[in-house]
Design a protein around this ligand. Structure first.
Ligand code: ADP
Length: 309
């Protein structure tokens, strides 16, 4: 296996579509670095440019300018070899209804020229829990099974990098969790993962690192932890035993009083919750319940997307 640090590396990528003689800048000086072995999220609202980038990786869309390499291979210099390095799972669940999982994977292996004795059809079906359905017509498979079958199909040529375009778009909540588990499993088996999503919860659950894209531009790229640390605001709410007046010392925490509920905001890097509780105790305000809320990726996303406007 060749030696490379980034499974995907792109620099200054521009893509302009022309539609009704109007120019659409789908990617503008777009950069990305996806570390080998990671699960990386490409996060952005609809129309941000995510699919355009994936289609450039898959050779379906031609970039205007820029440099892209997949597992250390330049896609312009060696497009065939670079395509062998990645498997792409499309967003739509389009599968020929009269093919069984075994037939579909065998056909795909044939397309990649993999000799019969080197095929891993049964192993892949087993990993994606499709062994029981191996001979069933695809049309009889549930949505979750079809999604897994598409993942299986993308793994036939043992790619070092798997790309999933909105892996759980339109998928039920309970199936979503099982798709996440398979993605984690494939990653643990050694495959680098890049997924696009507009579900912040999905990125928060799965990804080690994230690139946020909007209007074709990269807004931010960092580890998930660092992104979450950008916002250090926390919210705390108390359920107070008796009616009360907000103490002056709490005014700096933007207090909101609703009946017996008191909600405060504080910066966790500057204020310790103990400090707030001490002020309540000193003011003889007793409470029976306390709840704290961390900021999530949604807060970070809103903050970053706003900065760029
Ligand atoms: P995302 O995947 O983040 O939703 P896309 O890459 O699909 O974003 O789209 C980025 C921009 O490029 C959008 O403004 C979209 O309308 C435009 N676009 C995408 N594909 C085409 C195309 N084939 N022809 C013209 N415009 C396109």
């Amino acid at each position: 296996m060749s030696d490379y640090k980034y499974s995907i590396e792109a620099k200054n990528v521009n893509k302009i579509y022309i539609k009704n003689s109007k120019k659409i800048n789908a990617l503008i000086e777009f950069d990305i670095q996806i570390k080998r072995g990671s699960i990386h999220g490409l996060l952005g609202p609809n129309g941000a440019g995510k699919s355009t980038f994936i289609n450039i990786l898959g050779g379906l869309v031609k970039k205007n300018t820029g440099k892209v390499s997949i597992c250390g291979i330049d896609i312009d210099k060696n497009s065939k070899q670079s395509k062998f390095k990645i498997g792409i799972v499309p967003q739509e669940l389009n599968i020929d209804p009269f093919f069984s999982p075994v037939e579909l994977l065998e056909l795909q292996a044939g397309l990649y020229g993999i000799p019969k004795n080197k095929r891993k059809t049964e192993e892949i079906l087993e990993n994606l829990k499709l062994t029981e359905q191996r001979n069933a017509y695809a049309r009889t498979l549930s949505g979750g099974m079809r999604r897994r079958l598409l993942i299986a199909k993308a793994l036939v040529h043992s790619p070092e990098m798997l790309i999933l375009d909105e892996p759980t778009a339109g998928v039920d909540i309970d199936i979503r969790a099982s798709v996440w588990n398979y993605i984690r499993k494939i990653n643990k088996l050694g495959t680098t993962i890049c997924l696009t999503t507009h579900y912040l919860e999905e990125a928060e659950n799965l990804c080690d690192s994230i690139t946020i894209i909007n209007f074709g531009k990269k807004i931010k790229e960092d580890t998930k932890e660092n992104l979450l640390n950008i916002i250090s605001n926390k919210t705390v709410s108390f359920t107070i035993n008796n009616d009360f007046i907000i103490p002056n010392d709490l005014q700096k925490f933007d207090p909101i009083k609703e009946n017996l509920k008191l909600t405060l905001k504080y910066d966790k890097n500057r204020t310790n919750l103990r400090e707030i509780i001490d002020i309540l105790n000193k003011s003889k305000i007793n409470f029976k319940e306390i709840n704290t809320f961390e900021s999530d990726l949604e807060d970070v996303f809103l903050k970053l997307v706003k900065i760029d406007d």
